[in-house]
Design a protein around this ligand. Sequence first.
Ligand code: BMA
Length: 363
Amino acid sequence: MNKLLFIVFAAFSAACSDTPPLPADPQATPETRALYRNLFRIADEGVMFGHQDDALYGHDWKYEEGRSDVRECCGDYPAVFGWELGGLETGADRSIDDVPFAEIPRLLCAAYGRGAVNTVSWHPQNPESGASAWDGKTATAVSSILPGGANHAQFRLWLDRLAGFFVGLKSADGTCVPVLFRPFHEHTGNGFWWGKGNCTAEEYIALWRFTLEYLRDTKGVHNLLYVYSPDIVSSQDNYLEFWPGDAYVDILGLDAYDRSSWAIETNGLRLMRLLKHIAYLKNKPFAFTETGLENNTSQSKWWTEKLSKAIAGVPVAYVLVWRNKDTNHFFGPYPGCVSEEDFKTFVAGEQILLEKDIAGIYE
Ligand code: BMA
């Protein structure tokens, strides 16, 4: 099918399929609700391709207006742009990845203006130690920011800053730009202070619910869809162990990277099928929220022979590969990379959607 016709077809076919779910925020803006409906429908037609920090920098460039490693490889921008807010909670001018915070709203709104989807991750510092998100040594960090905890007031201030960021995302015509917000990710590992081993399921759920309710009900932020994204899991029970509740999650996600100990084409497909099953039970869309093969310099067919197989025949709303920080830490394609030709083949396939293929996603 012509990719440009897919939205029309999706709208038609949706009339014959399941009822799209409603977002966790009953007051979500019209554009946010439309995005949610279309995310649910789109997955039957194709997988939106996403790239973290695509508009900010690439494999060997930084902060050059309009550039994109993805576009320079295949002629179009990604359908999904990922952004990182770590450090915003402290009031810093630059993120933990050294990105000036002033740049993000501008480029994020520009992506929306062209019709793309935006998703935001957040690696907040450890509220007890003041060290990074990766400091999981203080097992009371989560309880300390819950209501009644010693750092609760500080946590509210963090969320005030995030709320200010989200409500400030205004398009040229004043529309509040919808964002897929993916907080407290990869909690099934113990890499972060909010991860399993550093807090209990009850504490994690309380943290998630407090965050959502504070942003939505206290701060009046109504342009967010909430994405839950565990690390590699072993089962449905494992996936749902820290589940905040059906009324508190909009999109089911998974973060999992291809590596020698975890082959994406087999294990990834297995977990995408697991998400399909859980998402079907919950009547919600699902996505491959973070993935990639770090520093791929040898697998020239990685896109069509590895990633493609992980999402084959599974209605994944989007797949996002992690950032091209520089020549030592990259996951996406870039001109001249070993898999450039294969990436072109991958995105030319009927299944993969880029920015131009998702026109009308906010309608
Ligand atoms: C990680 C790495 C880090 C980065 C973090 C947040 O996966 O890329 O270098 O700080 O994401 O973007």
